[in-house]
Design a protein around this ligand. Structure first.
Ligand SMILES: [Zn+2]
Ligand SMILES: [Zn+2]
Length: 420
């Protein structure tokens, strides 16, 4: 058998994994400071959840889901995004009876059958938050602020924040009619997907990236210009709230977001770093999603971002400074008795949470020295029967090449207290 890797997947090796952990740690800390608790939902759910929660007409549901029947002939789908699962959990666990809002963050693998390109995989990692239960725009402001703080902690300070409102169940249907009136004149020129969108989800017409459709969309009426009073008020409050915190943003009437469940505030964080403009993170309000999935009418807001895409951004900027860990001490041993003695020292230090190393390959003395050097150990001690008998050994400080004589029974304490 010849092993290979399915297209669109990748191994995350140790060095890269350290960067993932770093991003996760920063994200987790920022989220917790904003009052969010972590949630971990299953990687697969009933297909229906995503069909309803993400939207039948979206590309994600129509083209990109990993859907399969299990042995009990139930249709399951690998989650293509995080929100539907979190909302499902909110409903099933009765979180509506707890003090609101419920603020949750997550990090995990998602799956979409997409065209593979740089920074885009079919199995990918997303981090995101959901704040469920608050109807007022202050939570929108807080969510954008959280995201802004997160990027600042990663030393990314120049992202452009774009916001828009895509209305509510009052003003959006009216706008859809205005939109359809506009597009009706160009129906024959639209792409096949858009012909379906025209009937099922007109708002997404604006979002189409096909050339012929983009040309038509240029002059389409905007939802922001057709909001109801409540949506206009809320959007103004979001802008005021961001101004109040000194967060700079621009209003971009073209943002609609790709998923069906968004209402009112939507936002994107855009990078101009890699030449072309690219969305690093997007999110928005979803005031009807909980109800759509069978819960009581409950508003919510959240965002998600792909960690792989974020990683590209971080690498292009060279802003991540994570030092790999090196052993504090490598024990080099000669003979079985010395090995046993040394492994007890190593064991004791490891229990004190100190990174120390000893040969487990049966290497000879010279090869052990070479390996300790390669591992970039800070100190190396060579121990044989003679050293144990006289209780004297030499510790080598690898950086300077300097050697010192110390007593064997002081090794553990000296390393622990970093006194050489
Ligand atoms: Zn409205
Ligand atoms: Zn189109």
């Amino acid at each position: 058998m010849k092993v290979s890797l399915p297209k669109g997947t990748k191994d995350i090796l140790s060095e890269e994994m350290r960067k993932y952990r770093y991003i996760e740690n920063v994200f987790s800390e920022v989220c917790q400071n904003y009052g969010y608790g972590e949630i971990n939902t299953p990687v697969f759910e009933y297909t229906e959840l995503f069909q309803r929660g993400v939207g039948e007409t979206t590309d994600v549901v129509q083209k990109e889901m990993y859907t399969f029947n299990d042995k009990g002939n139930r249709s399951l789908t690998l989650r293509p995004e995080g929100t539907a699962g979190v909302v499902r959990s909110y409903i099933l666990n009765g979180m509506n009876s707890l003090p609101q809002p419920i603020k949750l963050f997550y990090m995990g693998k998602m799956y979409r059958y997409e065209n593979v390109q740089k920074g885009r995989y079919r199995e990918f990692t997303q981090i995101g938050v959901e704040a469920i239960g608050s109807l007022i725009p202050e939570i929108d402001v807080e969510t954008i602020s959280l995201l802004n703080t997160f990027f600042n902690k990663l030393n990314i300070n120049d992202l452009q924040i774009r916001i828009n409102s895509i209305g509510c169940k009052e003003c959006r249907p009216k706008y859809n009619e205005i939109l359809k009136d506009y597009y009706r004149n160009y129906l024959d020129d639209l792409c096949d997907d858009c012909k379906i969108r025209f009937e099922k989800n007109p708002l997404r017409l604006i979002d189409c990236k096909q050339h012929q459709c983009m040309a038509i969309s240029k002059n389409a009426p905007y939802l922001l210009d057709n909001l109801c009073d409540e949506c206009t008020d809320d959007f103004n409050k979001v802008k005021e709230g961001l101004d109040n915190l000194g967060i700079r943003y621009i209003v971009d009437k073209t943002i609609v977001r790709g998923l069906d469940y968004y209402t009112k505030t939507v936002f994107e964080f855009i990078s101009e770093n890699v030449g072309t403009q690219a969305t690093i993170c997007g999110g928005g309000r979803y005031d009807q999603l909980v109800e759509m999935l069978g819960g009581k009418p409950t508003p919510g807001i959240g965002f998600a971002m792909g960690v792989e895409r974020l990683m590209m951004e971080i690498e292009a900027r060279g802003v991540m400074l994570i030092e790999p860990k090196f052993p504090v001490l490598s024990m080099v041993t000669l003979g079985e008795a010395a090995y046993k003695f040394s492994s007890r020292i190593i064991d004791e230090l490891r229990k004190e949470d100190i990174f120390v190393d000893i040969d487990v390959m049966g290497r000879g003395l010279k090869a052990q020295m070479k390996y300790a050097d390669k591992m970039k150990s800070k100190y190396v001690i060579v121990l044989g029967d003679e050293e144990i008998k006289t209780n004297k050994c030499r510790i080598k400080i690898m950086e300077s090449g300097q050697e010192k004589e110390i007593s064997v029974d002081s090794i553990v304490n000296r390393i622990k207290e970093n006194k050489i």
